[in-house]
Design a protein around this ligand. Sequence first.
Ligand code: NDP
Ligand code: 8X3
Length: 259
Amino acid sequence: MTPRIAGQLALVTGASSGIGEAIARRLGDDGANLVLWARREERLARLAEEIAARSGVTVDIGVVDIRDRDAVRGEAERLVAARGTPDILVNNAGLASGMALVHDADVDDWDRMIDTNVKGLLYVTRAFLPGMVERDSGQVVNIGSITGRQVYPRGSVYAATKYAVQAITEGTNLDVLGTGVRVSGVHPGLVETEFSLVRFRGDEDRARAVYEGVEPLTGTDVADVVSYVVNAPPHINLADVVVFGRSQGSVHHFHRDGG
Ligand code: NDP
Ligand code: 8X3
C-alpha cells in the first residue's frame, strides 16, 4: 500500500545526525519530499544526495541554527515561497549539554539547551504552523524524551526542556483543535546516537559508557515510530507516544547484561 504521506512535503530539523537523519531516510522511503535542516551543511548535502538517489524524492537542505530567530524566519519564508508550507514538520533538533548539579552547572550549558530545545522548537513551529492552520491541514511531530516525564540527577535542565516540549505539544494540540492540523509528541528513552558525544563534549569513552550493557533504541527504531505517526489516518492523532528499548523500564530502570 502506498504510504499516505507519499508526495507530501516534510521538514525535518536536526537531520544531520542520529534520530533526525533516520527520520529523513524513513520519510523519504515513504515517498515524502524532504527539506532537511541543521547547522552542518556537508552532512546534510551528503544525506540529501543519498536519499534522493535511493527514494527518488526531492530533497532540499537548509543550513539553519534554530536558536537564531531571524535565520529561522528567513529560511522559512524562502521555503514557503518556493514550495509552500510543509505538510509535515518534525521538530527533532535538540541536545543535552553537560551533565551537572544545579549548584555547580555551567550556565552557558543551560542557555544552549533552553535556546535549542525550547526556544528553537518554538521559533520553527511559529514559522510554519500559521500556514498549516490557514490551509486547514498539516502535522507537527515534536521529539520530546522520557526525560520530559522523569528527572535524573544532574539532568534537571535537560529534563526541564523536555518537560517544556511536552507542555508545548499538549498546548499546541489544544490550540489547533477544530482545524485539520494534528500535533504529536514522540518521547524516546535511550537511543544510541551522537547525543552523548555532544553532551560530553566529544569524550568518546564517557559517551560509550552510557550505552554499555543495555540494548538502546536506534535512530531507525524511532524513525519507524514517527513514520507510523505521520501515516496514521487523518481522523487519528497519536498525540503522545513513549518509546523504550525493551531493556529500559523508566529513566531509572535498565536491565543490564548480567545484572
Ligand atoms: P544527535 O546529536 O545525534 O543529533 C542532534 C541533531 O540536532 C543534529 O542533527 C544537530 O545538527 C541538530 N541540532 C543541534 N543543535 C541545533 C541547532 N542549534 N540548530 C539546528 N540543529 C541543531 O542526537 P539525537 O539524534 O539523539 O537527538 C535528536 C533529538 O532526540 C533531540 O531533541 C534529543 O533531545 C532527542 N532525544 C534523544 C534521545 C537519545 O537518547 N539519543 C532520547 C530522547 C530524545 P547540527 O549539529 O548539524 O546542527
Ligand atoms: C535523552 C535520554 O536518558 O540519555 O533524552 O537523557 S537520556
